[in-house]
Design a protein around this ligand. Structure first.
Ligand SMILES: [Zn+2]
Length: 202
């Protein structure tokens, strides 16, 4: 996995440099996206940088105001309904973390762009593909405009090889289906069923 720690470190060494940037952490369910987000945000805090963390307000699987990764590392976050809400809430912070970013609408792209243009380090973590194996919401666009993209992998529950797909174990056609171990499994390409080859709605 590429390590971006040196970038933040260089930024600390050059406080006059106001340039911001966008980092995307993506992958399937159980790939450690949120853990990686939390790791980067904690390091920024240790460096005495001001950090704000957001997530879509309807993702309250575990706790209303904390980002909770599957290994239960937690970090306090602010649930917001609209991406634009971040303009008011980021103020003079240095680093903006966003979890479950795939659930925001395409406005998130402009918001991340403006925050980075205003000198902020934006770190967005989210699912790159939905349960059908199709690109998820704004993620393809975010990955394209980001300076740094980290794709993390889970482990296939069938064969133990690296996994990039989120297999939904229950019948449902809703793209936005929150859930965890009971609902989803990480699968490699070989073990990702071809029911997922439905054509995208475009
Ligand atoms: Zn497999």
């Amino acid at each position: 996995m590429p390590n971006l720690d040196h970038i933040a470190f260089q930024s600390n060494l050059h406080p006059m440099n106001k340039g911001g940037w966008i980092e995307v952490i993506c992958g399937c369910m159980f790939s450690g996206k949120t853990e990686e987000l939390i790791r980067r945000l904690n390091r920024a805090r240790i460096a005495k940088q001001k950090v704000e963390i957001f997530k879509p307000s309807f993702d309250n699987r575990y706790h209303e105001t904390d980002i909770v990764s599957h290994n239960e590392n937690t970090i306090r976050s602010t649930p917001i309904q609209f991406a634009e809400d971040m303009y008011l809430l980021t103020g003079d912070c240095d680093v903006v973390g966003i979890d479950e970013v795939q659930f925001f609408d395409h406005q998130i792209i402009e918001v991340c762009t403006k925050l980075a243009a205003n000198g902020k380090r934006v770190i967005a973590a989210g699912l790159d593909m939905d349960y059908m194996g199709l690109p998820f919401g704004p993620m393809p666009h975010l990955m394209a405009i980001a300076e740094y993209v980290t794709k993390v992998q889970a482990i296939c529950t069938i064969c133990g090889q690296p996994a990039s797909f989120s297999y939904r174990k229950i019948e449902s056609s809703a793209t936005v289906q929150l859930g965890s171990v009971e609902t989803y499994e990480a699968r490699c390409r070989t073990h990702f069923p071809l029911q997922m080859k439905k054509s995208p709605k475009q």
